[in-house]
Design a protein around this ligand. Structure first.
Ligand SMILES: C[S@@+](CC[C@H](N)C(=O)[O-])C[C@H]1O[C@@H](n2cnc3c(N)ncnc32)[C@H](O)[C@@H]1O
Length: 296
């Protein structure tokens, strides 16, 4: 079987990725070689030769990457905190910005678990299930549900949560899980939040490869966040909390939605880069609004 030296191929692939303007060409080249050879990254150092067939496969993948396809679509995998997820066309790729919101949730859940509780957690707009999978891995013992509407995302969601006890719910978050009304301890969401008219401003890798139903939320980008606020108000018990991600220029508009929906302790939170990134709020369980949906 003929082949080519690994170091030569890797350098050539990295140079081609660099020429396309990618930020981490050497790391991406390593990941693609590991993917094609079906090896963990820490075994690559021992690889001296690549079979011609593997080189041909790598050349095809690098061409797709140079055309803007996300690396995660090429490998079929994405990392989020401690979990590895199956991803591909039709599902939103999890972003590192969202990891901070999960950290906020973990702090609360671990405190409740330490008190002997088994908190009820609902994730709305679950996509690949990154948030729910990370919580299941890092705070075992919670009772979890994950709600998603898009059929293409549900394929990945079911796969990524198959080994966990998280219950997957197919449907619109607006009327999901009525059996949990006023019982939930924590609601989490990373809803779509891009204003429809901002489509031309998005990077091509986002605009062309993330599914539209995961990105756009009406003319002001707030349509889905409004539904999150209403649904969280329906699901949460008195004293239950919600965290919902938003764009960095929605640090006033999204918290205002939660105030209007009847939440207390509404606070805007920043991500690792210091940008406004998610709102947190507590449901006060006002008896005049619970159950009837009035004012929400
Ligand atoms: C930005 S993605 C977030 C996915 C995942 N939570 C993450 O952080 O990677 C938003 C997801 O919400 C789903 N979605 C949008 N509107 C919905 C609705 N009304 N009910 C349920 N899911 C919805 C989309 O299909 C998409 O998968």
């Amino acid at each position: 079987m003929s082949g080519q030296p690994m170091a030569t191929v890797w350098r050539r692939l990295a140079a081609e990725l660099a020429a396309a303007g990618l930020d981490s060409p050497q790391a991406e080249a390593r990941l693609l070689v590991a993917h094609v050879m079906d090896l963990p990254l820490n075994r690559l150092a021992a690889l001296e030769q690549l079979p011609d067939q593997a080189v041909a496969a790598l050349d095809r993948l690098v061409a797709r990457r140079r055309a803007g396809e996300p690396l995660q679509h090429l490998t079929g995998q994405a990392w989020f905190r401690t979990v590895q997820l199956a991803v591909g066309p039709g599902v939103f790729l999890p972003r590192p910005e969202t990891e901070v919101m999960v950290g906020w949730a973990l702090d609360r859940l671990r405190a409740q678990l330490a008190d002997g509780a088994a908190p009820i957690v609902v994730e709305l707009c679950a996509g690949s299930g990154a948030i729910s999978a990370a919580l299941a891995a890092e705070a075992p013992g919670c009772r979890q549900w994950a709600v998603e509407r898009a059929a293409s995302a549900l394929v990945y969601l079911r796969r990524n949560l198959a080994a966990s006890e998280v219950v997957v719910v197919a449907g619109d978050m607006a009327d999901a899980l009525p059996e949990l009304d006023h019982q939930v301890d924590l609601v989490l969401a990373n809803p779509p939040y891009v204003p429809t008219g901002r489509r031309p401003d998005l990077p091509a890798t986002v605009r062309d490869f993330d599914p539209p139903e995961a990105l756009y939320a009406g003319p002001d980008g707030l349509d889905a966040s409004r539904v999150v606020a209403q649904t969280a108000g329906r699901l949460l018990r008195a004293g239950g909390q919600v965290a919902s991600e938003h764009d960095d220029d929605q640090g006033r508009s999204v918290p205002a939605l939660f105030v209007a929906a009847g939440f207390g302790a509404v606070a805007d939170q920043v991500d690792l880069t210091g940008r406004s990134r998610f709102v947190t709020a507590t449901w006060d369980g006002r008896p005049d609004t619970m159950g009837a949906g009035a004012g929400r």
